[in-house]
Every structure is written in structure tokens, then in C-alpha cells.
Write a protein that binds this ligand. Structure first.
Ligand SMILES: *Cc1c(COP(=O)(O)O)cnc(C)c1O
Length: 401
């Protein structure tokens, strides 16, 4: 069947909540994706930061095939080995002590919020606690995660949303300070804002927020769903900041393609928050997802993924800076490691650039207010950066004044 037919069929059956790019993807290999017409695309989006190992990693695929033949699902009423191994490895690389596996990022945020609320409730037996979240943040689409998402357009139609949430300005410490009171139970933010337009937290800001949290026994929740799992050259982005969250949410690249998320916490928070009966999931942390997470973390170690990201990041940054010098329509480059953004002048719509790049065989996505977002698989090489820059140059050339 032709691509056009597939797309027509999709629109007659799948709820129209996305305006999709006009291709039907069929398979992937390494850094490349192929559509149903056989056209090849260099992938700089990694399925929104999920495919950290690219496509077709044999060791990963083999581990999953073995697990399928052994055991897929048990429920959380029993123990299973792959998930115990995954939990041990995830705690080791994060320096946090307890993990709860979910099926998505938004569920990891829900769990993180519940843990913070329970922690506060167990302290004073009241329920009107407040959460401080950030403007321009993104934490997911379920109602709890939506309540802490700093984008009125996403939130408004679904209000009232659960809980009392106040929004502070990101990277503006006084703005956070002014919202703190004795009902504040948690401060939640992305270590690097992704959807909002690739804004890294400034060191002094995150350190300042951590200090506020410590002084008032408020829990710091970091959303590492997009910026975590090696994307910035450390396992989690906060590990470069000299601070540690009380609770962390993780997903996207955690399973490198298998739907899995997690929230983790310190032992101190675990001992004083969620207890048997307070939280649960049927699928979360099933043996198949556990095997995926466990193998992903093994591969990160064996194939020295973090070192590779540290090596290659400078090159991507250099090529993006060159593009910025060459094309005045690029107003700013922001980001860390392999999570980068190029902000464009308003006369050059980022959505149009990504659509034209796609036609020329480059997959790029957008973010925030007119930003081109770069989230390549972490296994990319210099030649892929060069190929990306070449295609982008062709596309941007049309927009030179
Ligand atoms: C993608 C994302 C989420 C939501 O994850 P889902 O798996 O889509 O529910 C939450 N926070 C951040 C920072 C994200 O990038």
C-alpha cells in the first residue's frame, strides 16, 4: 500500500491529536530511518529523545528477544529478576536509593507528585500542600502532570486540575522564593527545559532552589525525562550541578524504545512517603521493560556512551555555532551536550524549516517559541553532524536575506 493510502487510513481511525509529518516510517538502522517508499532519513530527533542507542543495536535486540521467550509480564504481586537488576543499576548510576517503574514519563511525574504529597501529609496530616513549578515547563499530558505544566494553552481546557500549583519564572530565584510558604511541599522543574525551547537551568539557580528546599524541608523534584540518560554527557543532567534531587523522574531513553519510565527518590523520602497501598501499576516494571532498562544500562557502560557524548558534543556545538555565524536568521544556540536548540528569527518558522529538512532527508523537530531542536541518538559520529549541517545549510540558504 502507498504511503498516501496509509496516511488516509490513519486519519480515519486514529484520533487526530497530532498534525504529523507526511511520511510513514518503516524501519531503522543506526542513525537512519527509512520510510515505506524506501527513502532514507538522518535522524536528529531519536523519536523525541528516546532512541539513545539509535536503531538496530544487536545486543539490545537480542536481550529483548530472549526475554520475550522467557517471560513478558507477571504483575507487581511477585518479584521478577530483570526488574530487580534494572533497579539496582538505576540506583547505582543515579545515586538515588529507591525506584518505582512506570510505563511513561507522565506517570513518572504523577508518582513523583504523589510521593511529595504523601511526604508532606505524613508530617502534618493536612492536605492543602502546594507545589511550585516553572513557567514554560512540560511534564506530560495526564491531569496531574498537566497541572504542573507551565503552558496555559495545554492546561486551560482541562481545568480545574488537581492540587495547588504556583508557577515561578525559570532561572529566576527570587521568583521561586516569593512563592514559598509553609504549605509548599515540592519544587518541580526540568534540569533543562525541553519542550519549552531548550533552556538549561543556571548553576546558581538550581543551587539556590536546592538551598531553599533544604532550609524548609521542601522536596526538590527534577524532571530528567528528556535531559537524562546520558544526553548531556553525564548519566543525569543534574550530576553536573553539584546538587542532588530528593525525587527524580525519568523516561524517554530509559528503555531506548520500550515504553518505560521511573521515579526515584532518596531513602529518606522513601521511608517517609509512599507505603504499600499508596501507589501501584499493573504493567510498570514488568520483566520485559526491566530487561530493556537493564540491558540499556549495561550497554551504556560497555560501549562507554557517556564518554562518547562528551567527545562528540563539542563538535555538534561547534558546527551549530558555525551555522549561527553563517545564517543571521539563527538568533541563538542553547543547550548542553546532545540536547541543543537553535532559535530562529520570527520571519523564519521553525516548523517550515523542519518540514523542508525532512524533504531533504533530515529528521529534526521543533520546540518552544520558534526553536529547532536537536536530540540525536547518542551514538552519532562526526560524519552525521556534517551531514546534518550540510542539509540544514541547503534549507536555510533559501531564507538568506
Ligand atoms: C516527554 C516528556 C514528558 C512526558 O513523557 P511521556 O512519556 O510523553 O508521558 C515529561 N517531561 C518531560 C521533560 C518530557 O520531555
Amino acid at each position: 500500500m502507498e504511503a498516501k493510502k496509509w496516511m488516509e487510513q490513519a486519519e480515519e481511525t486514529i484520533l487526530h491529536t497530532y498534525n504529523r509529518y507526511q511520511i510513514v516510517l518503516e524501519r531503522g538502522q543506526g542513525m537512519y530511518l527509512y520510510d515505506t517508499e524506501g527513502k532514507k532519513y538522518l535522524d536528529f530527533a531519536a523519536g523525541i529523545g528516546v532512541q539513545a542507542l539509535g536503531y538496530g543495536n544487536q545486543e539490545y535486540n537480542h536481550a529483548l528477544k530472549m526475554q520475550i521467550d522467557k517471560l513478558l509480564h507477571t504483575s507487581n504481586l511477585y518479584y521478577n529478576q530483570p526488574t530487580i537488576e534494572a533497579a539496582e543499576k538505576l540506583c547505582r548510576v543515579s545515586g538515588l536509593d529507591r525506584v518505582f517503574f512506570t510505563n511513561s514519563g507522565t506517570e513518572a511525574i504523577e508518582g513523583a507528585i504523589k510521593a511529595a504529597k504523601k511526604y508532606a501529609y505524613d508530617k502534618d496530616q493536612t492536605t492543602d500542600h502546594e507545589i511550585i513549578a516553572m513557567e514554560h515547563s512540560f511534564h506530560g499530558r495526564s491531569l496531574g502532570a498537566l497541572a504542573v505544566t507551565g503552558n496555559a494553552h495545554y492546561r486551560e481546557p482541562f481545568e480545574p486540575l488537581p492540587g495547588i500549583v504556583k508557577f515561578a519564572e525559570y532561572n529566576h530565584l527570587e521568583s521561586v522564593e516569593s512563592l514559598v510558604n509553609d504549605k509548599t511541599c515540592a519544587i518541580l522543574m526540568e534540569t533543562i527545559q525541553g519542550e519549552g525551547g531548550i533552556y538549561p537551568a543556571q548553576k546558581e539557580f538550581l543551587a539556590g532552589v536546592k538551598k531553599i528546599c533544604k532550609e524548609h524541608d521542601i522536596l526538590l523534584i527534577l524532571d530528567e525525562i528528556q535531559c537524562g540518560m546520558g544526553r548531556t554527557g553525564t548519566m543525569f543532567a543534574w550530576q553536573e550541578y553539584g546538587i542532588k534531587p530528593d525525587i527524580m523522574a525519568c523516561a524517554k531513553a530509559l528503555g531506548c524504545g520500550i515504553p518505560v519510565g521511573a521515579f526515584l527518590m532518596t531513602k529518606q523520602v522513601a521511608d517517609a512517603s509512599l507505603k504499600p497501598g499508596d501507589h501501584g501499576t499493573t504493567y510498570g516494571g514488568n520483566p520485559f521493560a526491566g530487561a530493556a532498562v537493564s540491558k540499556v544500562l549495561d550497554i551504556f557502560e560497555e560501549q562507554k556512551i557517556l564518554e562518547h557524548v562528551q567527545d562528540i558534543s563539542g563538535y555538534l556545538r561547534k558546527r551549530l555555532e558555525e551555522l549561527k555565524t553563517e545564517y543571521p536568521c539563527i538568533t541563538e544556540r542553547r543547550g548542553r551536550g546532545l540536547m541543543q536548540g537553535l532559535e530562529l528569527a520570527s520571519s523564519v518558522p521553525a516548523g517550515e524549516i523542519s518540514a523542508k529538512a525532512l524533504q531533504q532527508g533530515l529528521i529534526l523537530i521543533t520546540a518552544g517559541n520558534n526553536v529547532l531542536r536537536f536530540l540525536p541518538p547518542l551514538v552519532l559520529e562526526k560524519e552525521h553532524v556534517d551531514e546534518m549541517a550540510e542539509i540544514l545549510r541547503n534549507v536555510l540558504g533559501e531564507y538568506q536575506p
